[in-house]
Each structure stands twice: as C-alpha cells, then as structure tokens.
Design a protein around this ligand. Sequence first.
Ligand code: PEP
Length: 253
Amino acid sequence: MTRTIKPLVAGNWKMNGLKADLAIAAAVAKGADAPLRQAVDLAICPPATLLFTLTASLIGSRIATGGQDCSAHASGAYTGEVSAQMLVDAGATYVIVGHSERRTLHGESNAQVKAKAEAALAEGLTPIVCVGETKDEREAGKALAVVKKQLRGSVPDGATAASLVVAYEPVWAIGTGLTPTPADVAEMHEAIRAELGPILGKATAAGVRLLYGGSVKPGNAAELMNVANVDGALVGGASLKAEDFLAIARACA
Ligand code: PEP
C-alpha cells in the first residue's frame, strides 16, 4: 500500500505502568530500527506519573510521548487535573482526549473534549481526538451518525493537518478482542475524512491522520492498517508488550 500520510502508532498504557515498566519503552526504542522510524511515527502515552521520566529516557530515539488526558483549563484550582502546559513541560508531543473511558466513566461531553483539544493546541500539543460508537449504536445502524456528531462537537477549531489526529475507536472493540471488519473500518474512516472537510477545510481534512483503535494486535494489524484512510493505530493492551507494539508498527510501514 502506498501511503501519502506518514502513519502514527501510539500506545495508550492507560492506568498501567510503574518505574520498572520504563523497560517496555526502552525495548521499543531498541527494537525500532531506522527504517521503521522513518516509515512510521511512534508515540507512547504512559500514565502522567511516568511521563517526564519516560520522555527523558527516550531522548535520541525519535519516539514521542503523550498524555492520556488534559484539563480544559490553563491552571488554577482544579485539584487532580493536569494541564496541557504541564504535559508539554514533561516532554509530551501528543495528548489523547475524549477516550471512550473518559467519555463513559467520567461523563465527558463533546464540548468538554473540544475544550480540552483546544487547550492542547494552544500549548502546541497535538490532540488525538477519540470518537466511536457503542455496540448498541452499531447494532441500531447508528454508528456513522454517532461518530459524525462526535466529530462536529469534539474537533477543535483552528487545527491543521499536522496539529490534529483523530482516532476511531469503536467502544465495543476496546479491550474486548473484537474488531470491526475491514469494510466497516473503511466505511467509517472515509466518512470521518469527509465529515472533517466542512469543519477544517477540505485540504486540511485530507491530511489529518486517522487512527484506528480497538483490539489491534500483531495478528490483525496488517489487515486493519491496510484499509484506505487508516493512517496508523491507537493501541491499548498490546502497547504494554514491546514486541507486540513493534509488530503493529511494522504492519503500518
Ligand atoms: C484504547 O484503549 O485506546 C485501546 C485501543 O485499547 P485496546 O487496544 O486494548 O483495545
């Protein structure tokens, strides 16, 4: 497959990882040879507690890091929150916003996700804006409508192709071992790119990286990553094993 957009494979460690797990990042850096790094951008999004140390440990590897969430606020009395500026200060390049676990478990609305993405952009961070339908919504034939609505509500104003990533993550595929068919992924990613046109302008929309996420594993990565308009992966569980993460990245190269 000839790619016009350099793919990104980002690992979401979620609430996993202690200092000892810096070894996973070290193994990724060791295994990511020059041709792979030239073909695919790699990023690891560890828990906030590890971000500074992990980023420092990757200096020279050209592997980027990211946060898993950020506050919509710049600073102040928001106990427990981490600002976009703090993520930048810790060395992050990316931040995941609107992950379905945040939308579901923390009740985040599209407007809140958009505000977080805009806070990220204001600090020079690239937001990875997550969208995706539930199982019930897919079974009711509403997947496209749900995701389009999420995009209209969550995509930040003023993003460029280089400063925004969108991840399609069907909620029912996250951590379940289930994945949509390549045809379903193709249909959704085509619709997402089309929907970004009126929001960002057609030229910008054409260059935004669209990641697929949800139970990506070494065994299914090649099939999913070779779908049109899939420009990489957001990887949860498999990103905690260096070899699996690298195998997925190689499937994008
Ligand atoms: C995720 O949480 O973003 C994710 C894609 O998880 P998993 O790969 O484990 O399904």
